[in-house]
Design a protein around this ligand. Structure first.
Ligand code: GAL
Length: 378
């Protein structure tokens, strides 16, 4: 049975906060106050107040500044909030300091994509103590206290990576696989790996594939991912038939090493995030697949959930977050929005361009321009 955050109690606190802030500033009402003039609500942007968003880093993936930031800003404005989207640049102290500032500012809702569960959980507790509801965005804080989580079905993300690898190696019985995984401090990385193994473990067990080594990479550090991969490759006599890389950043680091040994384009590599660089690598034949996660949907679901929380509308919040995620560390279930991810190979790169996540100008550069023409991209 899911534990329920006493949203009604916090709604009262939140309502009081909104009325106070409305009296003192431009922040809007949204406190459920019947008379808008009393809450100081003015039309247009920000009538529901400000939503603080803290993103984890930029080094691990181009998605955070390229997709999440602009799409969250647009979705939050569409719901009547003023967005304040910041990036902690991989620094836990900065993450905490940004949160302190947003809490002091009296944001209506705090949205956090944490560097790790420890800092995320601490920030969520502090915000809730100030009467500010929090949403875990993209990454669940294990042992945390946010009552809502918005992400993708991350086990499914891993299954798509596993299916891509199995597909690429289906005619190579006994093929040797190296796994370069995400940060052990990121619950998503654990879920991605779980999904990959749902597909690959039976193939390892049957001998259809052979696992050389599986290695998590701290902080998703792309450079370290490349160095570790090269060490494993060297220790395996320079032999590898396929590489499971947990996102495009790691995939590109692996491909750089493969190119050094003349293996790029013959050794399939998986990825995730459908970044411009990852899509270019797929068009070149260096990367086999990526996973497209329509971040616009993630941003819009977060904004709608934030609006329900800012208005203390528990029923609406629970209606939006109809899925459930397990938090084994906190021994609890968390109301969630878990969106569908999509496998992207060479033939479906066009979809990511057509949906406006990347531009043909960004993807179809120089050596892949002809391939783009053949595939009708741009
Ligand atoms: C994960 C995120 C992925 C991946 C990674 C690197 O938590 O869900 O999209 O890019 O972080 O930042």
């Amino acid at each position: 049975m899911r534990r329920r955050f006493p949203l009604r109690a916090s709604a009262a606190a939140l309502g009081a906060l909104l009325i106070l802030s409305a009296c003192g500033a431009n922040a809007g009402g949204g406190s459920g106050d019947s008379d808008d003039s009393a809450s100081g609500a003015e039309g247009g942007d920000g009538e529901l107040g400000t939503v603080g968003v803290i993103l984890p880093e930029t080094a691990s993936s181009a998605r955070w500044e390229g997709f999440d930031k602009p799409m969250l800003e647009e979705a939050l404005r569409a719901e009547g909030f003023e967005p304040d989207v910041q990036n902690a640049q991989g620094d836990v102290q900065k993450f905490s300091t940004l949160a302190d500032g947003m809490i002091a500012q009296g944001v209506s809702v705090l949205v956090i994509a944490s560097i790790n569960s420890e800092v995320g959980g601490a920030v969520a507790s502090k915000a809730q103590a100030a009467g500010i509801p929090t949403i875990d965005y993209d990454r669940l804080n294990l042992g945390g206290s946010s009552e809502y989580y918005v992400s993708f079905d991350n086990v499914r993300v891993g299954e798509l990576q596993g299916e891509g690898m199995a597909q690429a190696l289906e005619d190579e019985p006994g093929a040797q696989v190296i796994e370069i995984e995400g940060a052990p401090t990121d619950n998503n990385a654990t879920l991605f790996h779980e999904g990959q193994r749902n597909v690959l473990q039976p193939l390892y067990d049957s001998g259809d594939l052979e696992l050389v080594q599986s290695q998590p990479i701290d902080d998703w550090n792309n450079q370290e991912g490349g160095q570790v991969f090269e060490q494993i490759l060297t220790s395996n006599g320079g032999e590898v038939d396929g590489v499971v890389a947990a996102n495009d950043g790691l995939a590109l680091a692996v491909i750089t090493v493969l190119r050094k040994y003349g293996l790029n384009g013959t050794v399939p590599v998986t990825g995730q995030d459908a970044t411009a660089e990852g899509l270019r690598a797929i068009l070149r034949g260096d990367q086999y697949m990526t996973v497209f996660k329509p971040v616009k949907e993630e941003a819009e679901a977060t904004a709608k959930l934030a609006a329900a929380l800012a208005e203390g509308d528990t029923a609406a919040a629970d209606e939006i977050a109809g899925d459930v995620s397990e938090d084994p560390e906190g021994d609890r279930e968390v109301a969630s929005v878990l969106l569908e991810p999509y496998l992207i190979t060479k033939d479906s790169v066009k979809r990511v361009v057509d949906e406006g996540y990347v531009s043909a100008e960004d993807v179809c550069i120089k050596d892949v321009a002809d391939v783009c023409s053949e595939l009708g991209i741009g």
